[in-house]
Design a protein around this ligand. Structure first.
Ligand SMILES: Nc1ncnc2c1ncn2[C@@H]1O[C@H](COP(=O)(O)OP(=O)(O)O)[C@@H](O)[C@H]1O
Ligand SMILES: [Mg+2]
Length: 258
């Protein structure tokens, strides 16, 4: 039987790695992947490929028996399925075989007055963190999920105009989700101006941060991915190019973006 995880000794206790399923990305993570159960923020500019990468992560998980839940706070599942088919990733078969569930939690814009989270319908005013956490927990337990994606948390956080409230909401969400033990990707927009960028509070809360950017070079636009933080892992810190291909996202770990 093939080994799905690598193992590494960490201060007396071992932890396991979850393969991302993105060619080249695990190379930046000791050749292993993301430590199992970690909460990782995937930050990026709009259109950089965050959603594609996250669904690829779940699709790969489904192929090796690590079931996944995708909580969509933005795009409708049928749109995601269609877009992913265009990059060679068939989510429908994962859904049919109950290895993946795409949960539409995008009520605020799409379903005025009500919130629909899978089979649950909740009044818009009652849409709360608690119901979101509840729904995530129910779906994850039902599917025995090992992988979880919340995309994008920036949409969810629009409800909290106050920065301190936003921070508390993210912490509550992370805490509620942590009980599941899933390796979790939280997707969010990257706040950046020119070459400078403001550190976002998410980065202090997460065990890992991966950043996807579109960078303007004299030769044109280059996509760049960088593992900014992965606690306990001797990760590569340099930005590397990636492409969105007909087989999903591919990272080129031996090339650099400068
Ligand atoms: N069929 C395709 N082939 C290659 N690239 C594509 C294809 N469809 C979309 N893209 C690229 O993927 C990007 C959208 O990726 P997405 O994962 O939705 O980004 P994000 O979630 O970061 O906004 C588009 O901006 C486009 O550049
Ligand atoms: Mg997206």
């Amino acid at each position: 039987m093939a080994f799905r995880y690598g193992k590494v000794a960490m201060s007396g206790s071992e932890f396991r790695f979850v393969k991302t399923g993105v060619p080249g990305l695990d190379e930046l993570l000791e050749g292993q992947g993301i430590p199992e159960g970690y909460h990782v923020f995937l930050l990026g500019s709009p259109g950089s490929g965050k959603t594609t990468l996250a669904l690829q992560f779940l699709h790969y998980g489904a192929s090796i028996g690590e079931n996944g839940i995708y909580i969509s706070l933005d795009e409708a599942p049928h749109i995601l399925i269609r877009n992913m088919r265009r990059v060679g990733i068939d989510l429908e078969s994962d859904i049919k075989s109950k290895r993946l569930a795409l949960i539409d939690a995008s009520p605020i814009r799409h379903i005025p007055g009500t919130v629909k989270i899978g089979a649950f319908a909740i009044g818009k005013r009652d849409f709360s963190l608690a119901s979101l956490i509840d729904a995530i927990q129910n779906h994850a337990r039902e599917l025995h999920a090992k992988r979880l994606v919340i995309d994008p948390i920036s949409s969810f956080l629009l409800q909290y105009p106050d920065e301190a409230e936003r921070r508390t909401a993210v912490m509550d969400l992370m805490e509620g989700v942590a009980t599941l033990g899933c390796t979790t990707l939280y997707l969010s927009e990257l706040v950046e101006t020119g070459t400078d960028r403001r550190y976002q509070f998410e980065e202090y809360l997460a065990q890992g941060v991966i950043i996807m950017r579109r960078v303007l070079k004299p030769t044109g636009i280059v996509n760049s991915i960088q593992v900014e933080k992965m606690r306990g892992v001797a990760h590569d810190v340099q930005p590397h190019p990636y492409r969105i291909t007909q087989n999903g996202i591919e990272v080129y770990p031996t090339e650099l973006v400068f």
